[in-house]
Design a protein. Structure first.
Length: 293
């Protein structure tokens, strides 16, 4: 005699018991989402207000929106076109990405694939540099670059990127490379490949998620950097977007808040586009690199 079929559908009583908890969870999630999105909505609404109506106003969106804050961006700031700030930031962003990918990937390959004396010690010391606050090194670095007459140039902002000083990205790539099959290296050596050929033809293509992850974070950090350009750049025509925003406040402390907010929203577009274009590689890189090694 066959056993009766088991009813896998939840009973109405069980559904009614779970309903209050589910409703409360969704309401709580919506409240948290509203708190997180409120600043974004406020900034978007403020970009369509007059400057005098922004501070102290409780309205998210103006009753009579204006677009002059965006149209005035074409006039520039202090006779400097807005495009100049964007080109300078793009130069720093692209230069930083190239430097990080080249220097950090080479350093990571040495730590992950080459056995040499003191490798573990050097790797530990490199990881230890993550504990050093940026402001501790700021004054010694400034004195060094000043003595080398590199102030008011982009060299202090880019030089470290080409010397693998970003320990976090080296660590990320090392962990990724250590998870690659060792059989690939052994097969390449049997075919007569050296380290440079293995690095270029085998390791780099397989590390694409980690490389793109590093590129995204590097570009965003360079684009949003304010302290570095503020310390090393003196001429307004060399300013980045972050310093260009500061110029909306003139010497008389009269702030053009509307133009500042409008430009800040426009400055978000390149970062947002860069992130959306490579977001799936970012997820793959963070998921597959891990902490194993």
């Amino acid at each position: 005699m066959s056993a009766p079929a088991t009813d896998l559908k939840p009973s109405a009583g069980a559904f009614r018991q779970k309903l209050p908890g589910s409703v409360a969870w969704h309401i709580g999630s919506l409240l948290i989402l509203a708190v997180i999105l409120y600043p974004v909505v406020w900034v978007i609404g403020a970009s369509f207000k007059e400057s005098q109506d922004i501070v102290g106003s409780l309205d998210l969106f103006p009753g009579d929106p204006i677009t002059s804050n965006y149209s005035r961006l074409s006039e520039g700031i202090a006779d400097i076109p807005i495009s100049t700030f964007f080109l300078n930031s793009l130069l720093l962003g692209v230069g930083s990405v190239v430097g990080i990918l080249v220097s950090c990937s080479l350093t990571a390959y040495a730590f992950a694939k080459i056995r040499f004396a003191g490798r573990n010690l050097l790797f530990t010391l490199m990881i230890g540099t993550l504990l050093l606050p940026y402001h501790v090194l700021l004054i010694p670095q400034y004195v060094l670059f000043r003595n080398m007459e590199m102030i008011n140039t982009y060299t202090p902002l880019l030089l470290g990127k080409y010397l693998a000083t970003e320990a976090f990205f080296v660590f990320l790539m090392v962990q990724f490379m250590r998870n690659l099959p060792k059989e690939l290296d052994e097969a390449a050596r049997l075919d007569g490949c050296g380290h440079l050929r293995i690095y270029w033809s085998i390791v780099l293509p397989l590390c694409r998620p980690a490389l793109i992850t590093s590129a995204i974070f590097t570009f965003i950090n360079a684009w949003n950097d304010f302290m570095g350009p503020l310390i090393y750049l003196n001429e307004p025509d060399k300013y980045t977007v972050s310093l260009g925003l500061k110029m909306f406040v003139d010497q008389d402390a009269v702030a053009n808040y509307g133009g500042m907010i409008a430009m800040s929203l426009v400055a978000l577009l390149p970062v947002l586009a860069f992130f959306l274009a490579f977001q799936r590689y970012l997820i793959d890189g963070m998921a597959t690199s891990g902490l194993k090694g």
